[in-house]
Design a protein around this ligand. Structure first.
Ligand code: GDP
Length: 301
């Protein structure tokens, strides 16, 4: 059994490769819920939905958000009525979100995801990291911002001074899932807003110490492939490099996968992590995704 810790852009790309070489029923995916919130009356769990759509081959790979070839009739009609939505939610995507909102009220988020994964024919377990509502604030030079306001309204432009998020409890069974895995893969997701929230759940850190852990660096050279990870790392005083990423995970990390462009960091990284794997990690096509997934799986002792 393999467990993957995921956000909503970098790791889903790796999941596309993993699901081709690992029996999907042998994959557990623990997904970040830090940024979940209600928008336009529906519960938006963006990272979970991206993982659901990725595993069911519905994902819009242009933005790693929503469903490919979706229409935006509701979104556009709402705008005509004077109700501008912060998030551009497609019609099919909205149906998923409406159903999730209803299921959640009845059964909670974990069960809601289980039902939706089954409806979409997904054999892997997709587990929200927590069923509790998180509170995240990006402290910037123009004031304290809600996460989506920072990301969408302000296009991640303001200078980031700090990131604050509340602690939540892990959803049921997460620790057992990690402990019963042959390996845990920390995907190339934002270390601050996607992975750290999962790592800070009670018991996760200790469980990872007893498991083989492989991380793929989302930082290549001195920058993120996409998104504001570099701004967030900088704000918290963490070096923006695969060394910074490794130092965040070093207590439990057994193997870090870095890009060929960072080959020169190998010996420095070896002082922090036992094993350093160097390969192409820019996942711009399925072949690279599959090869990267294979290298990771082959490295598991
Ligand atoms: P979010 O939930 O949308 O913020 O997405 P994630 O946290 O899953 O992913 C964001 C991170 O993915 C960024 O820090 C990127 O650097 C990283 N990323 C995206 N695509 C790639 C890729 O092809 N390779 C690597 N190594 N990292 C990637």
């Amino acid at each position: 059994m393999i467990t993957v810790l995921s956000g909503g852009t970098g790791t889903p790309k790796l999941l596309q490769g993993l699901k081709e070489i690992v029996n999907p029923s042998q994959l557990n995916i623990i997904v970040n819920t830090l940024e979940n919130n209600y928008f336009s009356g529906v519960y938006v769990s963006a990272d979970i939905d991206t993982v659901l759509y990725t595993m069911s081959d519905m994902i819009n790979e242009e933005v790693w958000y929503g469903v490919k070839d979706d229409t935006f009739i509701t979104h556009e009609r709402l705008a005509e009525l004077g109700c501008e939505e912060l998030l551009r939610i497609g019609d099919i995507d909205r149906a998923t979100k409406i159903q999730k909102t209803q299921l959640m009220k009845r059964y909670g988020l974990k069960k809601a995801c289980e039902i939706q994964a089954e409806n979409m024919g997904i054999e892997s377990k997709i587990i929200p990291m927590s069923e509790q509502q998180s509170d995240i604030k990006i402290v910037t030079d123009i004031g304290e911002l809600e996460f989506h306001d920072f990301l969408i309204k302000h296009q991640s432009q303001p200078k980031v001074l700090d990131i604050k998020f509340s602690n939540v409890s892990p959803s049921e069974g997460i620790i057992d899932t990690i402990e019963n895995s042959d390996a845990v893969i920390i995907g190339p997701s934002n270390p601050i807003t996607s992975i750290s929230p999962i790592l800070s759940l009670e018991g996760v850190h200790d469980a990872l110490k007893d498991t083989h852990v492989i991380a793929v660096s989302p930082i290549i050279g001195s920058g993120a492939v996409s998104g504001p990870a570099n701004k967030f790392m900088q704000a918290l005083g963490i070096e923006v490099s695969s060394i910074g990423v490794a130092s965040l995970y070093q207590d439990f990390l057994d193997n870090i996968v870095i890009d060929v462009k960072d080959f020169h960091l190998k010996s420095q990284l070896n002082q922090i992590v036992n094993k350093v794997t160097v390969t192409n990690t820019i996942m711009n096509n399925l072949c690279v995704k599959r090869e990267l997934a294979q290298i990771i799986i082959d490295s598991i002792p």
